[in-house]
Design a protein around this ligand. Structure first.
Ligand code: TEU
Ligand code: CA
Length: 534
């Protein structure tokens, strides 16, 4: 079925690092308004905002203290209204981040829940300790036990993330009514959908000890549980279906089968993680060499496994894709463009993360002091406890920290890359003089202009949007597939290496990071090409 959210390209903004207009070193809503024009020129049709709500920022907004207000650091509700109006005028739709598996421990609900005040008493998941110990052996995504003791209540509360992020009790109908009201509030303001944070772990069925696992004990008791489906159906029935909107679920460890079920009558699409796990063992704890082969396999599996994908190579939790899947040195520009071609030619809604369109790279930090991410600090503390030396701790953190992608946007060659004249909340990458928006908007052959052309190309070719996907050729470093509908077909070929490869396909090129008119079957290093078969 045709849908506007299938035809548009989404651009994710991490507001804190986007653009600062009052020189406090923190990106703000007015800063987004100032850049709407350049986003419009790029051709994007939807903006997803990482949380802008009031928050003590333990997890930079993913710990919400008030879903109905804007964090003063980012501006005011009237700035937000202004932004929605100005974006709408440019035909850009807005998607909000819905973080409702947990709240901040500073949320009024939690403060009252600790004190046992009704109706909040059971808004969270409280359990008595077992023999003066945790209620069970579950562990948090951010390391350590998933329970925290509250003296006031003489009970433990569950937190699957930081201890400042208590999990909401979704089995309590009052909690679900609260969530519905929050959704209605934002939809009535004119936004067009939600990205639903860790939505497949909202329902916990029973609190038995988890099976032994090196990481994440307890998973089997809260991952994609039957009640989760019921809760999501309820949200759709009571709220979502009454608006012209869409939802994309962030669903951890999801399989295509589960994704299909989730997209049946609940969400519209989900973010899967399989293609992001091809360079790591056991979730994200141990890194292994990036394997393009595993990457293609995962993409191919999902392309055919579900009806509609949410395609992404980067977000605020991952690494920079050009540094991770491409070559951010010798083939920086070529490989960034190749990734753009692949991302925008897969079947599904494409999501671009701020900075990806100019090939921003992983951070250039040199020590833990430059890192602010709570996850990285928890990992560091945990490794310290088991006596891992500084050098190895830093090696691990440097390769996994979410701050790699959270460094401020690089706008121009001025101080701090034009992000702020003040002191940026997080360090700006020193390569901003070479990698920035302004230079790339002017330079015809830049990554930015390539993204612009590629977005335009996709929007003009129904085949790229609605065409069926078929894998044609898949090897260690090379991937060829076809998108086809009715009597139209496009072929795509990608070389994830610095060597040349020959493939048994050729044709007239329509998009090519080597600007060749004909594709003769020889793939240049990091070439990505779309062609029509002759
Ligand atoms: O992420 C959920 C999630 O799976 C991550 O915690 C992931 O394990 C980690 O970031 C990988 O490094 C969502 C948000 O995207 C993330 O920013 C939040 O911190 C988290 O939920 C808690 O809200
Ligand atoms: Ca600011």
């Amino acid at each position: 079925m045709k849908k506007w959210w299938k035809e548009r390209v989404v651009y994710q903004i991490y507001p804190r690092s986007f653009n600062d207009t009052n020189q406090d070193g923190i990106g703000d809503i007015r800063g987004v308004i100032d850049k709407l024009d350049v986003l419009h020129k790029l051709g994007i049709g939807i903006i997803w905002f990482s949380p802008l709500y009031d928050s003590p920022n333990k997890d930079y907004g993913y710990d919400v203290a008030d879903y109905y207000s804007i964090h003063p650091e980012y501006g005011s509700m009237s700035d937000m209204d202004d932004l929605i109006e100005k974006a709408t005028a440019l035909d850009i739709k807005i998607v909000m981040d819905m973080v409702v598996n947990h709240t901040s421990d500073r949320h009024e609900w939690f403060i009252k829940s600790i004190q046992g005040i009704e109706p909040y008493k059971d808004y969270y998941i409280w359990r008595d300790g077992k023999h003066k110990n945790y209620p069970n052996n579950w562990t948090s995504f951010f390391t350590g036990p998933a329970w925290e003791y509250s003296e006031k209540r003489n009970q433990y509360y569950l937190h699957l993330f930081a201890k400042e992020q208590p999990d909401l009790n979704w089995e309590n109908p009052k909690v679900r009514e609260e969530v519905k009201n929050i959704m209605r509030f934002w939809l009535n303001k004119g936004i067009s959908g939600f990205r639903c944070d860790v939505i497949n772990i909202i329902s916990k069925s029973g609190f038995k000890d988890g099976k032994w696992k090196p990481a994440l004990k307890g998973l089997e008791h809260y991952l994609t549980q039957p009640n989760m489906h019921e809760h999501l159906k309820e949200l759709r029935r009571d709220v979502l279906q009454h608006y012209d909107c869409f939802t994309v679920g962030e669903t951890i460890l999801v399989t295509p089968k589960q994704a299909k079920e989730l997209c049946d009558n609940e969400l519209d699409m989900v973010f899967s993680f399989e293609h992001m796990e091809v360079d790591q063992y056991l979730v994200k704890w141990f890194k292994r060499r990036f394997s393009p082969y595993r990457f293609f396999k995962a993409l191919s599996k999902w392309q055919t496994g579900v009806e509609w994908n949410a395609n992404y190579f980067e977000n605020h939790d991952q690494l920079r894709s050009v540094s991770r899947f491409g070559d951010d040195k010798l083939y920086w520009s070529k490989s960034a463009k190749m990734l753009a071609t692949l991302l925008l030619s897969l079947r599904g809604t494409p999501f671009i993360y701020q900075g990806q369109e100019i090939g921003m790279t992983n951070f250039d930090f040199t020590s833990m002091n430059e890192i602010l991410d709570v996850d990285s600090h928890n990992v560091d503390t945990m490794l310290k406890k088991v006596h891992i030396p500084t050098y190895f701790r830093w090696k691990k953190i440097r390769r996994t920290s979410r701050d790699n992608v959270r460094t401020p946007m690089q706008w121009n060659t001025e101080i701090n890359g034009g992000f702020t004249n003040g002191t940026p909340w997080l360090g700006v990458n020193k390569n901003y003089k070479r990698i920035n928006v302004k230079s790339q908007v002017h330079e015809k052959d830049s990554i930015w202009n390539f993204y612009r052309k590629m977005i335009e190309y996709r929007s003009k070719n129904e085949c790229l949007i609605y065409g069926e996907f078929k894998e044609l050729f898949l090897s260690k470093k090379v991937f060829v597939f076809r998108r086809a509908m009715a009597d139209e077909a496009r072929y795509m070929a990608f070389n994830f290496s610095s060597k040349r490869f020959k493939v048994p396909y050729s044709g007239v090129t329509e998009m090519d990071n080597y600007n060749k008119a004909i594709f003769d079957g020889v793939l240049e290093p990091y070439q990505g090409v779309i062609f029509k078969n002759q």
